[in-house]
Design a binder for this molecule. Sequence first.
Ligand code: FE2
Length: 359
Amino acid sequence: MRLVATMGLSEGVELAKPIYNDKGKILIQKNIILTKAMIKRLIELNVSYVYIKDDLSDDIVIHSPIPEELKIESIQMIKSIFDSYKDKDFKNQSFLIDKSSEKMATLIDNMMRQIQQNEEAISILSDIFICDDYLFHHSVNVSIYSIALANQLQWSRKQIQQLGLGAILHDVGKVFLPDEILKKAGKLTDQEFEMMKTHTELGFEFLRSSSEIPLLVAHCAYQHHERLNGSGYPRGIINDEIHAFGKVLGIADVFDAMTTDRVYRKAMLPHEALETLYAGSGTLFDAEMVRLFRSSIAVYPNGVTVQLSDNRHAIVIRQNNAMYNRPVVRVISEGGQSVPPYDLDLNKHLDVMITGYIL
Ligand SMILES: [Fe+2]
């Protein structure tokens, strides 16, 4: 299977992966032949890419960092936990979070196991969801990215468990903000943005009122928007005033936000989002963490079509773990002419580079 832009689809192509909504319900089943009306609907629903089946890509395997069922289960669990906090005066509701902390710990353990088993670089592009409830989906993705980066940092199991819990709960303060702000399609006004920023403090206050949640987890909510040079919020703390967990979460949070479709803009591809992280490396984000993060992410995920520096087009078929930007590819055209497909290991052809995506 391979990934193509929904905009460029023509009717008659076969879908290779089902399309889910965030309640885990299948909206379009795999193996369905797409009609014009279905393609139009997908574009309306802001689905930028879909996986299709064809002869060129029959044998390409797309790995998800965690199985789709676990992801759906996680999203549903977070949704029900967050919903139970909503519309409450959180100062007296710490028992709610005490009650859910065990469930969340089991979820993190499951995720850790899956991510540690998965030896390939992580690609979340492989999950195509139509997402009404961005917050829950985002919490799961940030947990996956944070755990992957913490593995690279060789943190202990206990540290990763705490970080994972901090990742699931980093935006919990948002449940105390009005929907008009959270789901606003356009740009926030200055005043609305000031209100949005308070989710960090609200989350911190809420989490630290719990006797079951470690204080460090509460600090994940407090610090994930802080930046090394002091340009973050809410406190504008700098460098090592920011806890390592806050630094990891800042990277995972920004990367997921950039690579996810939102109502007001299209998703960036992983290499573009990584460039943005690199632009802030050392000033906004910890340079070593950005470097390690890059090596845990599939910059060119399996199934995407890329342009090579010598004007060949090719589909990425497999990752080279040591060389994040040199996967094995299948050449499908040369100088604009289709050719019988053949495979090329870019790690063995260092004179050839990937210069961009073709989607
Ligand atoms: Fe946030």
